[in-house]
Write a protein that binds this ligand. Structure first.
Ligand SMILES: *[C@@H]1O[C@H](CO)[C@@H](O)[C@H](O)[C@H]1NC(C)=O
Length: 548
């Protein structure tokens, strides 16, 4: 009896000690609970599709930075083209664009200087330039300045006249050139200086477009109002009441230079992030700060604050070191905040534009920077979007403790999902997503985080019950991710993307699934005492796991 008592009590005491130690080492994170999170998208990094009204007050609001346009001479009925995408004089000789390559040569991307002044970037990256009145226009400037800035006069039929700062209007010539020598001022009748402007794509609505579109003072008003009201303290109460324990907060690189970031970016997001941390702390919620928009843009999308769709982040060591400075800034400011759970080093780098070696080098340095301030803060690295296997990050050996790989699971954005039924979508979650998650959970490496997912799909006629089932399948599978998940996003103009709408309208039933499991302990434990103890009685380790 006595021996039996000892056999029973010793492991319990030792187990308590182990649990105590692991509590100490894990710092103040979620006490081992998995992340059930919601993203605060469209707040400190603007995304026009999340809140389109932000852009309502911009004059010539369909001519923002990055807008793709074509020009067609109304007389010649030919398009202005930059042969081979740039590098030589423009021609006005192309018919209706058909082959894909030709089509791209017709595109010009706008860089907006004011509501009437623009620079035009050709597909090859060069800017249209014209030395002086009488000269032809070529696509040869590497960077834009005065000679690359054109005035655009526009009438209600989307006809335009384009003139130089000196006042000379461009015209098409019978030799199919574009020359700044139209005599006098053209009317809106058919003449050689009148062009149809075709807006081919107008899909960038980020911080750059907003701030540059309004100009500093008006943008400051619009963004201050947005940042102060889009997400408030009561939203954190809502999250708390529904069992959400984490928020993932996208931030832009310019937050590190608050309150006076370089133009056109608008200061003030840092104070709002501070508020988010205070509210989180009040309602027992943890924060993941996510560098969503990096300098130079890591994916060309509006949520990376790209000016014109280019992906330049990894082309310049300066952008990368500037990004590391942002991580240093965020880590130094929040590492000791009780509400900090993790820092995500970069959101959705593009497999198309960001080479793996550059990314791995950045992630390794970013990991070390966070570790300089905290041994426990989770360091989150996001998989590349596009054609990339998340295993590439598991094999990269980026950091040894509290490291997490973030995967974004959408049944959208790919032709693969286009004609899927509700049942097909659910089957995909169980077959494909679950299989990948199981494999990554088992991989001896970073924890797995489904940092973005949504209760939306391409099904157009889904009933409330269809959505509930889709949501339940996703929760059931994503709950198995070793680190947890975060819904995209708290609020959205499109209701099915809106977390609060989904909960209030009972389209997403969080209580139907319950997370009982905890984040597996894959931290590197450096305590000699712990090793000695663990090493000498390895069976205790398994006993202890039973208590968790
Ligand atoms: C989807 O279905 C429509 C109608 O049947 C069809 O025209 C279209 O090609 C399909 N698209 C894909 C990507 O399968």
């Amino acid at each position: 009896m006595g021996t039996g008592f000892c056999n029973w009590v010793l492991p319990v005491i030792l187990c308590c000690w182990v649990l105590f130690l692991s509590g100490v080492y894990s710092g103040d994170n979620l006490n081992g609970r998995k992340v059930r999170g919601v993203n605060l998208g469209g707040w400190l990094v603007v995304e026009g599709w999340i809140k389109p009204s932000l852009f309502d007050g911009i004059p010539n609001g369909d001519m923002l930075d990055g807008t793709q346009v074509q020009f067609k001479s109304v007389i010649l009925q030919k398009y202005v083209s930059a042969e081979n995408g740039g590098g030589q004089s423009l021609t006005v000789d192309r018919d209706i664009p058909s082959p894909w390559e030709t089509f791209r040569f017709l595109l010009k991307q706008l860089w907006r200087v004011s509501e009437t002044e623009f620079q035009f970037r050709s597909f090859g990256g060069q800017f249209l330039t014209c030395d002086a009145a009488g000269d032809s226009v070529s696509a040869t400037a590497v960077s834009p300045s005065t000679k690359e800035t054109f005035y655009v006069e526009r009438n209600s039929n989307n006809r335009v006249h384009i003139k130089l700062e000196s006042g000379a209007y461009l015209q098409a010539t019978l030799a199919n050139q574009l020359i700044a020598d139209y005599p006098g001022t053209p009317g809106w009748d058919d003449n050689m200086a009148t062009f149809d402007m075709i807006i081919v794509a107008n899909n960038l609505h980020g911080d750059y477009q907003l701030a540059n579109g309004y100009g500093h003072d008006k943008a400051k008003k619009v963004l201050t109002e947005h940042r102060n009201n889009f997400i408030k303290q009561e939203d954190f109460i809502f999250l708390y009441r529904h069992g959400i324990n984490t928020v993932r907060i996208p931030v832009g690189w310019w937050i590190a230079q608050d309150p006076t970031p370089p133009p056109p970016f608008i200061g003030g997001s840092l104070a709002v992030l501070d508020n988010a941390f205070s509210w989180a702390q009040m309602y027992d919620i943890r924060c993941i700060i996510d560098l969503h928009a990096a300098p130079g843009s890591q994916n060309g999308m509006e949520h990376s604050s790209s000016r014109d769709g280019s992906i330049d982040w990894s082309t310049s060591p300066e952008y990368i070191s500037q990004s590391l400075d942002v991580i240093d800034f965020l880590a130094s400011r929040y590492a000791n905040h009780p509400a900090l759970l993790g820092i995500e080093l970069l959101n959705e780098p593009s497999a198309f534009g960001v080479p793996l070696d550059a990314l791995v080098s950045y992630y390794s340095k970013g990991y070390q920077i966070v570790r300089n301030y905290s041994s426990t803060t989770y360091v989150i690295i996001c998989q590349r979007i596009g054609n990339a296997d998340p295993l590439e990050l598991y094999q990269a050996n980026i950091g040894s403790s509290n490291i997490v790989v973030d995967l974004h699971y959408y049944n959208l954005f790919d032709i693969f999902f286009v004609n899927m039924s509700a049942g097909d979508n659910i089957e995909f979650i169980f077959k494909s997503r679950q299989t990948q998650l199981q494999a990554l959970n088992k991989a001896n490496g970073p924890l797995v985080f489904i940092g973005e997912w949504v209760n939306e799909w391409n099904v157009t006629s889904g009933s409330q019950m269809d959505y509930q089932e889709f949501g339940r399948a996703q929760l059931q599978v994503y709950d198995t991710a070793s680190f947890g998940w975060a819904y995209w996003t708290l609020k959205n103009d499109r209701k099915h993307w809106d977390f609060e709408w989904n909960i209030n309208k009972n389209y997403l039933q969080l209580e139907q699934t319950k997370v009982t499991s905890q984040i597996p302990n894959r931290r590197e434990i450096s305590s000699a005492a712990f090793f000695a103890f663990h090493g000498s009685s390895s069976h205790l380790f398994f006993n202890c796991k039973c208590f968790k």
